[in-house]
Each structure stands twice: as C-alpha cells, then as structure tokens.
Design a protein around this ligand. Structure first.
Ligand SMILES: NC(=O)c1ccc[n+]([C@@H]2O[C@H](COP(=O)([O-])OP(=O)(O)OC[C@H]3O[C@@H](n4cnc5c(N)ncnc54)[C@H](OP(=O)(O)O)[C@@H]3O)[C@@H](O)[C@H]2O)c1
Length: 206
C-alpha cells in the first residue's frame, strides 16, 4: 500500500519503520521537506521523505500524526484528494471537548470529501516498536463510517502488530480518544508505567 505520513515524530517514524518492513511504500512528509528526508533516511526500510504535499500525493492513505491541539487547523490548511483515506491517531491530551465530540469528527468536518478513520491512538509508540507481550497482541480499536476505508485501516493496524477491533462509526471516536486518555492516566499518573497496553481477551482463544 502507498502510505503518506504527515509528521516526523515518534509515532510517524515508528509506524513508518513497521510498515516499511511489512512491504508498504511509505513517504514521511514534514512541514520542512528536508526534515522529512532526514527522518526517512534514519528510518530506512525503503521509506522516503519530503514535504506534506508529496506525502499526500503519494498516499492512497494518509496518516495524521500532528499534536492533538494542532491537527484540525493543520488538516484544514492541506489539500487532500476526494475520497482519500485519512487515518487519525491524534489524542486530545489537555484539550477540553464537549461530551461526544472528538478530534476525528472535527477532522472529518474540515475535510468533508475525505474518509476519516480513527485508529492507532491507544498504544504507546514504544509498545509498537517493542510489543509488550510475546504472544498476545495489544488491542487496536478503530472506527469510521466507510467500510473500504475501515478495511484499509484494519490492515494497517495488523501491520503495526495490533489486534484490529472494529468499534463502529466515526461518531464513536470519542470513545477511542477517552480510552487513550485512560491509558495515559494509568501509565503516567497511577504508576502503571509505559511498557503496558490493553488487550481484548476472547473466550476460547488460545
Ligand atoms: N507518543 C505516543 O506514544 C502516541 C501514541 C498514540 C497517539 N499519539 C498521538 O499521536 C500524535 C503524535 O504523537 P508523537 O508522540 O508522535 O508526537 P511528536 O513526536 O511530537 O511528533 C509530532 C510531529 O508532528 C509535526 N508537528 C508538530 N507540531 C505541528 C504543528 N503545529 N502542525 C503540524 N505538524 C506539527 C512534527 O513533524 P514535522 O516537524 O516534521 O512537521 C512532529 O514531529 C499526537 O496527537 C499524540 O497524542 C501519540
């Protein structure tokens, strides 16, 4: 799959490495194209780099890795293709949103011709790079309104090493964002630690 990644930080480079290793064609897009190229060179795995526009042109799917407080403004300033799949992994740390509201829905509102899927926001980047458990995959819930876009996101969740769990339409994104806030609170304030992740246990599974 051709994947454009917007941003060159921890989640962007971790996922670029995993997806590049899995055989996807990844292009890391930065606000500063030179930084995108440098980040790609550091990641390796066939990953290329450049600016935001190159990543959007390249990607059948585009991953948004901006800080939560900047993502809606950032997306509204960019030009995506009609029907392009946007995977939103941002979190609302320190942001006050109304009950039921979500960053993912706000992104969909400012880019109405795209297909937004919320995914990959509930696992720490270190636990993507180095899975917590040798056999049990961390939960990878995702939600979105378009079945094909959700199928695309599900494949990327699997190729990030997670257990894909469909969590309903995009109106459910606030649940995924709160789920991440719970993990962040446990990990950073309640002593649970960063090397942790939630998993879904299913009756009868090995
Ligand atoms: N860290 C985690 O484990 C984790 C887990 C799940 C979800 N998340 C969420 O994923 C997102 C990224 O987290 P991260 O830890 O990867 O952050 P990060 O390391 O700070 O990377 C964010 C990247 O976004 C770009 N950026 C920064 N400010 C921006 C702005 N104002 N407008 C547009 N682009 C900007 C930068 O790339 P350029 O300078 O190259 O443009 C930067 O490298 C956040 O929303 C976070 O809540 C993080």
């Amino acid at each position: 799959m051709r994947i454009g990644v917007l941003g060159t930080g921890r989640m962007a480079t971790t996922l670029a490495r995993l997806w590049g290793s899995a055989g996807h064609e990844v292009l890391l897009g930065s606000r500063a194209p030179e930084r995108g190229r440098a980040a790609a060179a550091e990641v390796g795995c066939g990953v290329r780099g450049g600016g935001h526009d190159e990543a959007i042109t390249h990607g059948e799917v585009v991953l948004l890795t901006f800080p939560g407080g900047d993502v809606v403004r950032g997306v509204s300033a960019l030009h995506f293709r009609d029907g392009q799949v946007l995977v939103d992994l941002t979190n609302r740390v320190g942001l006050e949103l109304q009950a039921g509201d979500s960053l993912a829905q706000r992104i969909q509102n400012v880019a109405p011709h795209t297909r937004v899927v919320k995914a990959l926001n509930t696992v720490h980047f270190r636990c993507l790079a180095h899975p917590v458990h040798p056999t049990v995959r961390a939960a990878g819930p995702y939600c979105g309104d378009d079945a094909d876009a959700c199928a695309t996101a599900s494949r990327l969740v699997v190729d990030a090493g997670l257990d894909p769990i469909y969590a309903g339409p995009l109106s459910q994104a606030y649940l995924l964002e709160h789920f991440a806030l719970l993990w962040i609170d446990l990990a950073f304030k309640r002593g649970v630690g960063v090397e942790t992740a939630f998993a879904l246990l299913r009756a009868g599974s090995a």
